[in-house]
Design a protein around this ligand. Structure first.
Ligand code: ZN
Length: 132
């Protein structure tokens, strides 16, 4: 009877490794997306038409005669809403930056989810190499 030496790596089923490789590739792909992110800014840009408060002004009775538009960046910091006034020129810049922030958040969430999957698989792989 011949004895065939079986290495540990051949005993291990290939499936977890292949899956890990696939997830790792996806992670690297997604991570490249971070480099595409432009200047970003948490919050939302609001466009407001305002009443001036003078009783005799047309804005007091006619909603179409309100003043503006006025722009604001609004975001939450430490549970509080913060409003920052923006000039009409600044508004589009901040609007684009807010869009970048949402993109970044989506990307981070996906990277986080993927990282957890990879970490789980890496842990399993390491556990399977534990000497009996
Ligand atoms: Zn007015």
């Amino acid at each position: 009877m011949s004895h065939i030496p079986v290495s540990k790596s051949r005993v291990r089923p290939p499936a977890p490794n292949a899956s890990l490789e696939r997830h790792t590739q996806r992670f690297l792909e997604l991570r490249r997306g971070l480099e595409q992110i432009e200047y970003f800014c948490k919050g939302t840009v609001l466009k407001r038409m305002m009443k001036c408060g003078k009783a005799q002004c047309a804005c007091a009775s006619d909603a179409t005669k309100r003043h503006g538009p006025y722009f604001e960046l609004t975001y939450k910091a430490n549970g509080k809403t913060v409003n920052v006034k923006l000039s009409p020129e600044a508004a589009p810049l901040y609007r684009a930056a807010a869009k970048q922030y949402r993109k970044l958040k989506t990307l981070l969430n996906r990277l986080d989810k993927l990282s957890k999957t990879i970490l789980r698989q890496q842990a399993k792989l390491t556990e399977s190499k534990r000497p009996d």
